[in-house]
Design a protein around this ligand. Structure first.
Ligand code: UD1
Ligand code: MG
Length: 459
């Protein structure tokens, strides 16, 4: 069984320069979801027909070397869905009489492997299996035409349909499984005698019926699963559906979502026990959350792990970080890639960390930049401290031992070593190493000028 995925169209109704199938659903390109479904049903070959934005699709497509590789087929001119499959035919095994070709559409992204398996179960070398949908919402879709014996005999596109045919509520999902040999033959007999002057793949159904080939329809009624995305309204509709379905699963697992309509998972989220997630939270990439974690409102977490008992307060942004147990972060903190926060660390408001390893129990409670740093245990980073890591050309590292105290408004000019129990006076600009148990003081001496006259306003 081989799969052909149609993805060459521009997606005119999206009004975008990006190829339609690269628009994302739940953080992943629609095409990626369809390819994944094809792989999940063990396709022996995955052929993707691309045309508009072909180079962009190939370069941006996520690749995992462990997966069945994709055979990209170029359809330079998009002359219709039938023409697209024709382009792929030479890549398919049409020698083996038992080979089945399943056609999927790159713009029908929520199709599940379970439904595809059901369709494939009824496929054999003498029939054409077709996935149809029963829906009152049939606008824009191909109608399934049945004869008086209730057998499927054709698919008629809406633009070519009579008023009577338009009333039909069984529509074409676009997904079908066809014997490879037959497919090759039928595709050669397509013509452009239709409203759009295109080669319609759907016309092979009438060709098959005419030669007495059995048409096997599988009708489903989950509209979302076979909903095609032709415009931004349909994209938004599917995004909401996907998010609500995923969030329902989280609720079932016991995660508290203050409002399941206001949490978006654009990737994969795993949660332990007694996790509470407030409103307007977005998860991106891979996120792991331990037990007893609470996530406040308006938080974004990307590709990170958060250990048991940690509290992430409102407005915090976390990206590429490893956060251990019982930490307190935010409100409004920014935790950037390469940050490792050990147990009981506290990061307060308007603190930014990047490439920073922060030891157990250390605190930076307000207004600081901690970049390219290694901080020991039990340290206190005062408000307004800047780890000055960049000299305009290179980045340098600052290393703090245990129990170091950095007074407020200090500039630590890297490279720098500040040893255990050192104390840096507030307002210092430190550019030399500080030995253990000593006080570093690096600021202008205060002078008080008596009887100072304040400037006055000129007329
Ligand atoms: C198609 C079906 C329609 C079905 C609907 C389901 C045909 C003629 N019609 O209509 O019966 O109800 O899907 O969503 O097949 N593509 C190419 N090359 C082309 C043209 C299209 O690769 O030359 C790709 C598109 O990128 C898209 C898919 O094929 O991924 C479907 O094309 P689209 O134009 O969206 O067809 P619909 O009008 O939705
Ligand atoms: Mg479509």
């Amino acid at each position: 069984m081989e799969v052909v995925i149609l993805a060459a169209g521009k997606g005119t109704r999206m009004f975008s320069t990006k190829p339609k199938v690269m628009h994302t659903l739940g953080g992943r390109p629609m095409l990626h979801r369809v390819v994944e479904a094809a792989r999940a049903v063990n396709a022996d070959g995955v052929h993707v027909v691309i045309g508009y934005g072909a180079e962009q699709i190939k370069t941006e497509f996520p690749i995992d070397s462990s997966e069945t590789p994709i055979n990209w087929v170029l359809q330079e001119e998009q002359l219709g869905t039938g023409h697209a499959v024709q382009k792929a035919i030479s890549s398919l095994n049409t020698e083996d009489p038992n080979n089945t070709v399943m056609v999927l559409y790159g713009d029908v992204p929520l199709i599940t492997p379970e439904t595809l398996t059901k369709l494939l179960d009824r496929a054999d070398k003498s029939s054409l299996s077709l996935l149809t949908l029963l829906t009152a919402n049939n606008r824009g879709l191909g109608r399934i035409i049945r004869n008086e014996l209730n057998s499927v005999i054709a698919i008629v596109e809406e633009r070519d349909a009579t008023e009577q045919q338009k009333q039909i509520t069984e529509v074409n999902s676009g997904i079908m499984a066809v014997p490879a040999l037959k497919l090759k033959e039928w595709l050669q007999n397509l013509n452009k005698a239709n409203n759009q002057s295109e080669y319609y793949l759907t016309d092979i159904v009438a060709l098959a019926a005419k030669e007495g080939c059995r048409i096997n329809p599988l009708a489903i009624d989950d509209e979302f699963e076979v909903q095609g995305v032709n415009d931004k309204t349909q994209l938004a509709l599917l995004e909401r559906h996907l998010q609500m379905t995923n969030n329902a699963k989280l609720l079932e697992q016991g995660v508290t979502l203050r409002d399941p309509a206001r949490v978006d998972v654009r990737g994969e989220l795993s949660c332990g026990k007694d996790v509470v997630i407030d409103v307007n939270v977005i998860f991106e990439g891979r996120v792991f959350i331990g037990d007893n974690v609470s996530i406040g409102a308006n938080v974004i977490v990307k590709d990170s792990s958060i250990g048991d008992g940690s509290k992430i307060l409102a407005g915090t942004n976390i990206d590429g970080a490893e956060i251990k147990k019982s930490t307190l972060i935010g409100p409004s903190a920014r935790i950037r890639p390469g940050t490792v926060l050990n147990n009981n660390v506290k990061i307060g408001n308007f603190v930014e960390t990047k490439n920073a390893l922060i030891g157990e129990g250390s605190k930076a409670n307000h207004l600081a930049y901690i970049g390219d740093a290694e901080i020991g245990e039990g340290c206190n980073i005062g408000a307004g401290t800047i780890f000055c890591n960049y000299d305009g050309a290179n980045k340098h590292k600052t290393i703090l031992g245990n129990n170091v105290f950095i007074g407020s408004n200090t500039v630590l000019v890297a490279p720098l070593n500040i040893a255990d129990n050192a104390f840096v006076a507030a307002g210092s600009a430190i550019n030399c190493d500080v030995p253990n148990d000593s006080l570093a003081l690096a600021r202008g001496k205060q002078r008080n000028i008596a009887g100072w006259k304040r400037p006055t306003k000129k007329n």
